[in-house]
Design a protein around this ligand. Structure first.
Ligand code: HEC
Ligand code: HEC
Length: 333
C-alpha cells in the first residue's frame, strides 16, 4: 500500500516537473502581437541634436550599446564610441545577454528594422523579432513621443558599423524566469508623457528623467535578484549587483565585491541628504565616477545639463523620506 502511495506521489511529481519543462521550452521565446506605435523619425537637425543629448546623457544608451567592457569604460569616460553593440552582459544564473548594434548597418544593425519596429521596442519592450525583452534594462516606455522620436532619429543619423552581435544565451532557469517573471513581459499599456517637460529645473522634469529616461528608480529600488521585481520602497535603495569580474579587473577593482544602491529619498541618513544644497549635488555629478566598479552610469549623467541635474535634485528632495537602510554599498558575501 505504502509503496503504491510513494510511487503515485513520485509519478505525479515527475509529471508536474516534466509538464513545467515542456511548458517553459514551448513558451520562453514566444512572440507577442503588440501593435506598432504610430511615430516617424525626422531629419531635422534640432531633433537629432536632442536625441544625441539623450543617448549620450540621461538615457545613457551609449554606456551599454558598445562592443566590449573596455569600450564601456571608454564610453563612460566620455569617448565617442560607435554604438555597435556586442559587449557581454552576464546575468548570473539566468544567462548572458548582448546589447545590440544600434548603428544603421543594413545587415547587423537597426538598418534591418522599420522605424515602427524600433519604436515598439522602446515603448513596449518587444524586440523587432516580436519576443519580449528584460524591460528594466531599457525602461523608456513612458518617454514622450518627441523624445523617442529624437532618440531614434539620432540613431538613424549615425555612421553604420558592421558588427554581428551574438544571440543571447539563456540557461533553463533564465528561460523559466522569462516565462514567469513580470519583468520579462511586454509593457502592454504604457502611459507615455503627453509632452516632454521642458528642460528647466522643475519637479516635473526631475520625475520624468528619474523614472522614464535615466532609470534612477530602476537601480535605486531593492529588487529580487532573479526576477528584478521591486521588493523595497521606490528610491529607498538596496538593489544588489553581483560581482562582475571582467569589469572589475578592467578598472583595477576587486572581482569579488558586490555593490548595492543607496537610499536617495530625503531621509536624514540617505545619500541624498549628504548634499546640503543643489550646488553640492551638481558638483558631485560633474565629478563623475568615484567608485570604479559602480554600476551607475556616472559618465553620461555627469554630462547632463545644469537644468536637468537641478530638476532631479528638486524631485528627489520632494519625495516622501523612506526610513530604509540598504546597508553597506560595497561588500563581500
Ligand atoms: C543597461 C544597458 C542598456 C541601456 C542603458 C540601453 N540598452 Fe538597449 N539593449 C540592451 C540589451 C542588453 C539589449 C538586448 C536585449 C535582448 O536581447 O533582450 C538591448 C536591445 C536594444 C534594442 C533591440 C535591438 C535588436 O536588434 O533587437 C534596441 C532598439 C535598443 N536596445 C535601443 C536602446 C536605446 C535607444 C537606448 C537608450 C535610449 C538603450 N537601448 C539603452 C542594453 C541597454
Ligand atoms: C545602473 C544602476 C544605477 C542607475 C541607473 C543609477 N544609479 Fe545611482 N548608484 C548606483 C550604485 C551602484 C551606487 C553606489 C556606488 C556609487 O556611489 O557609485 C549609486 C550611488 C548613487 C549616489 C550616491 C553618490 C555618492 O557620492 O555617495 C547618488 C546620489 C545616486 N546614485 C543618484 C542617482 C540618480 C539621481 C540617478 C538617476 C539620474 C541614478 N543614481 C541612477 C547605481 C545606479
Amino acid at each position: 500500500m505504502l509503496k503504491k502511495i510513494v510511487f503515485g506521489i513520485l509519478s505525479l511529481l515527475l509529471l508536474l516537473i516534466g509538464g513545467f519543462v515542456v511548458y517553459v521550452q514551448l513558451n520562453w521565446d514566444k512572440t507577442y502581437d503588440i501593435p506598432y506605435p504610430d511615430l516617424q523619425v525626422s531629419n531635422d537637425s534640432t531633433v537629432i541634436e536632442r536625441g544625441k543629448y539623450l543617448v549620450h546623457g540621461p538615457a545613457h544608451c551609449s554606456n551599454c550599446h558598445v562592443g566590449s567592457v573596455a569600450e564601456m569604460i571608454q564610453a563612460d569616460a566620455g569617448e565617442d564610441i560607435p554604438l555597435k553593440g556586442g559587449a557581454e552582459f552576464p546575468l548570473g544564473p539566468i544567462g548572458t545577454i548582448y546589447p545590440r548594434n544600434l548603428t544603421p548597418d543594413p545587415t547587423t544593425g537597426i538598418g534591418r528594422y522599420t522605424d515602427a519596429e524600433i519604436f515598439r521596442m522602446m515603448r513596449h519592450a518587444v524586440k523587432p523579432d516580436g519576443t519580449a525583452t528584460l524591460s528594466v534594462l531599457m525602461p523608456f516606455w513612458d518617454m514622450a513621443d518627441e523624445d523617442l522620436i529624437a532618440v531614434v532619429s539620432y540613431l538613424r543619423s549615425l555612421a553604420p558599423v558592421n558588427n554581428e552581435v551574438k544571440e543571447n544565451d539563456w540557461s533553463f532557469m533564465g528561460k523559466a524566469v522569462r516565462v514567469l517573471a513580470s519583468s520579462f513581459q511586454p509593457i502592454e499599456n504604457p502611459t507615455p508623457y503627453p509632452k516632454a517637460p521642458p528642460m528647466s529645473a522643475t519637479i516635473e522634469r526631475g520625475e520624468y528623467l528619474s523614472r522614464y529616461v535615466a532609470n534612477c528608480v530602476g537601480c535605486h529600488t531593492a529588487r529580487d535578484q532573479m526576477t528584478f521585481e521591486a521588493i523595497g520602497p521606490e528610491y529607498g535603495g538596496g538593489m544588489e549587483f553581483e560581482p562582475w569580474p571582467e569589469y572589475a579587473l578592467a578598472v583595477g577593482g576587486d572581482p569579488e565585491l558586490w555593490t548595492r544602491t543607496p537610499n536617495i529619498t530625503p531621509h536624514p541618513n540617505s545619500a541624498l541628504s549628504k548634499f546640503k544644497n543643489v550646488a553640492e549635488w551638481k558638483a558631485r555629478f560633474r565629478q563623475g565616477r568615484t567608485i570604479s566598479i559602480s554600476q551607475m552610469h556616472w559618465g553620461p549623467f555627469s554630462r547632463m545639463t545644469d537644468e536637468d541635474l537641478e530638476a532631479i535634485y528638486l524631485y528627489l528632495s520632494s519625495l516622501e523620506p523612506q526610513d530604509y537602510d540598504p546597508g553597506e554599498l560595497i561588500f563581500k558575501k
